[in-house]
Ligand binder design. Structure first.
Ligand code: HEC
Length: 412
């Protein structure tokens, strides 16, 4: 027997017997010995080698891990949780119709379901692999055996756990000896110094005691009925003198907390004294020419085209046909109340004075909403200018062609 054997069995390393470890010279003997240990019916034992040994798993009789099945169950649970959560939040707890879509439909829920399947499976794989291998473990008796340290360089071992039902010290030794073990040692449960330091026990205990405090504080702040403000960590954010929208205020005679604009007040630079520019009217009549302050040039028209594309095209369509996206969608859904937008180059619109077009944008017309509050007057005029170009593009005559082209046509 080696020196190590004497060391590990001396009275200096007391503790209960944790198992027996035997060293073998070659991978071949390790395999035959493993087969013998397996056939002897041991279950709590292991073979150790510095490199992968082909056929060892088979010799040991290692069966497939059940981890994949655990992960499968976890993944399915994740998917079910994702689906239920979305169904509950979207279809039950806070149903809200968005763009006429159904409250609950499978395709829309796939991304979250997928994410939760991955999340649950990944966490389960991680924790499962650790737990199934008996980790985390602070220390193992084998590490106290000096000879065993060679397992990472040039030695092969079989260790048999003393907790195995078939474990009888002498029989185990005899078995391993008969398989050609070059040394056989007992190893012991970790002695006191090798157990988890009390400091860590205390730290964990204190954390466990403290952990519920934030949750309890939140629960208390939410639930305890009191006339005083709730428990607040950031006083300046929660408790501040302010009115929330659409509440009452005793400060004013009409008890309204939100104040209407003071009649007759004019924001700086917004004095609407140019009625032609602001209303498109002179007296009671729509103006027929652009106001002086609107430059009728290419730049204005391009601005008008840009604004038209933003504000008008969704209904009226890019070329004013009345086939914009909103309108197309409404007719696709056969919305009974939808009035199709007017064709902007229709005769009834084409000969309208510019002031009237301006008025339509500002105040809306019949079913069309007003855009005066969204589009400033200068931009409204720019849109009108572009609108005229648009109308012209749809109602061209021979007279619109260049001189020479007209001559050619006449010659024919
Ligand atoms: C929300 C959809 C919608 C938008 C956006 C919209 N319109 Fe209209 N517009 C309509 C509808 C609908 C009508 C027809 C109303 C009716 O006949 O009741 C209409 C009618 C008109 C008319 C014809 C008025 C008349 O005298 O018959 C003009 C001109 C017009 N729109 C210009 C514009 C311009 C310019 C814009 C962009 C600033 C715009 N519209 C934005 C829906 C829209």
């Amino acid at each position: 027997m080696t020196e190590t054997t004497k060391n590990s069995t001396t009275p200096e390393s007391p503790g209960t017997l944790a198992g027996i470890v035997a060293r073998f010279e070659t991978p071949e003997t390790l395999i035959t010995a493993s087969r013998a240990v397996r056939d002897a019916g041991f279950r709590r034992w292991d073979a150790h080698s510095p490199m992968p040994v082909h056929g060892l798993d088979e010799a040991m009789g290692i069966r497939l891990t059940i981890l994949p099945f655990i992960v499968l169950v976890a993944g399915l649970t994740g998917g079910a949780v994702g689906l239920l959560m979305q169904w509950y939040t979207n279809a039950v707890d806070y149903p809200q119709i968005i763009s006429g879509k159904p409250l609950f439909s499978l395709p829309a829920n796939i991304p979250v379901v997928f994410e939760l399947v991955v999340l649950f499976s990944a966490l389960t794989t991680f924790a499962g692999a650790l737990l199934l291998s008996g980790l985390p473990q602070w220390f193992h008796g084998l590490f106290a055996n000096r000879a065993f340290h060679r397992v990472t360089s040039d030695a092969f071992f079989i260790s048999i756990d003393a907790r195995d039902a078939k474990f009888h010290e002498n029989e185990v030794r005899r078995l391993l000896e008969s398989q050609g073990a070059v040394s056989i040692d007992s190893y012991y449960d970790p002695i006191k110094e090798r157990q988890i330091p009390t400091l860590i026990y205390w730290a964990v205990a204190i954390l466990v005691v403290l952990a519920p405090i934030p949750v309890l504080l939140i629960a208390w702040a939410r639930e305890v009925p009191s006339s005083r403000p709730r428990l607040t960590l950031f006083m300046d954010m929660d408790v501040q003198p302010k009115y929330k929208a659409q509440n009452e205020s005793p400060l004013f005679v009409d008890n309204r907390e939100e104040r209407p604009q003071v009649p007759g007040s004019v924001p700086r630079g917004r004095l609407d004294n140019d009625t032609k520019f602001v209303y498109g009217k002179e007296g009671d009549n729509w103006v027929r020419t652009f106001p002086e302050s609107v430059p009728v040039n290419l730049e204005t028209m391009q601005r008008g085209r840009e604004r038209f594309t933003i504000y008008c095209a969704p209904c009226h369509g890019q070329s004013g046909d009345g086939d914009g996206l909103v309108s197309a969608r409404a007719s696709q859904r056969m919305e009974a109340n939808w009035v199709p937008p007017v064709q902007l180059y229709a005769t009834a619109v084409r000969f309208q004075p510019v002031g009237q077009l301006f008025g339509t944008i500002s105040n809306g017309v019949r079913k069309m909403p007003a855009y005066g509050s969204q589009i400033p007057p200068a931009d409204r005029w720019a849109i009108v200018l572009y609108l005229q170009a648009l109308q012209r593009s749809q109602s061209g005559t021979v007279d619109d062609l260049p001189e020479e082209v007209r001559k050619k046509i006449a010659a024919h």
